[in-house]
Ligand binder design. Structure first.
Ligand code: AR6
Length: 208
């Protein structure tokens, strides 16, 4: 985790870069900022208690981040997934991490984005984040890393999805039951997604 700065650290770096009159605006005093990170790169490389997999209902593997996680974890992950009888959209199930540096994988199934049912899709996407965090807390996980669920093959617009990701995680980590959850890491793959997260994080985790 030393390689993954908290958002507070990111803000502090930006304080150094900011002109003096702007520094006060960036002064962080919100402890929630110590509980999230933004990380750009391959989620399968992270040595955390759990990484979240953007899976499909079968839980039997696929492309995108799901394919990368199964490749890195090795075939025993698929063996355990076969025992789970799939997973409904918006729900989450946990397995071991096998050959991954992460100890566990929390498999969640995001919605396939398709207008006009956008409110239903938004509820399902929020449920992915919430149920993943619930499963994490039940399993005494302290560090959890999320990919940007549904925004690849499943076509969810990145801006809308990021509002849901940040809002749902913020709401959860403010609740009493999340007290042992130390850090939630948002993992982005592309520069575009990183830009969206960097822009929206201050709305949900204000640096004031
Ligand atoms: N590390 C972090 N993020 C990644 C990685 C990686 N190694 N690889 C891709 N991403 P997607 P979905 C990003 O398509 O939209 C699978 O076939 C990617 O750039 O993996 O929920 C499943 O089996 C994007 O930002 O997931 C399902 O059938 C994000 O992860 C379906 O795809 C999610 O993209 C699920 O589609």
């Amino acid at each position: 985790l030393e390689d993954i700065p908290t958002i507070r650290k990111l803000y502090e770096d930006s304080v150094l870069a900011a002109p003096p009159q702007d520094r006060i605006r960036y002064k962080p005093n919100d402890s929630l900022l110590d509980r999230i990170s933004l990380y750009q790169g391959d989620i399968t490389q992270l040595k955390v208690d759990a990484i979240v997999n953007a899976a499909n209902k079968s839980l039997l593997g696929g492309g995108g981040v799901d394919g990368a996680i199964h490749r890195a974890a090795g075939p025993h992950l698929l063996d355990e997934c076969r025992t789970l009888n799939g997973c409904n959209t918006g729900e989450s199930k946990i397995t071991r991490g096998y050959n991954l540096p992460a100890r566990h994988v929390i498999h969640t199934v995001g919605p396939v984005y398709s207008p006009p049912e956008v409110e239903e899709k938004a509820r399902q996407l929020a449920s992915c984040y919430r149920t993943s965090l619930e499963v994490a807390v039940e399993n005494e996980i302290r560090h959890i890393a999320f990919p940007s669920i549904s925004t690849g093959v499943y076509g969810y617009p990145i801006e809308d999805a990021t509002h849901i990701a940040l809002g749902t995680v913020r709401q959860f980590i403010e609740s009493e039951r999340a007290s042992k959850l130390e850090r939630s890491i948002f993992v982005v793959w592309s520069d575009k997604d990183r830009e969206v997260y960097e822009r929206l994080i201050p709305e949900y985790f204000p640096p004031v």
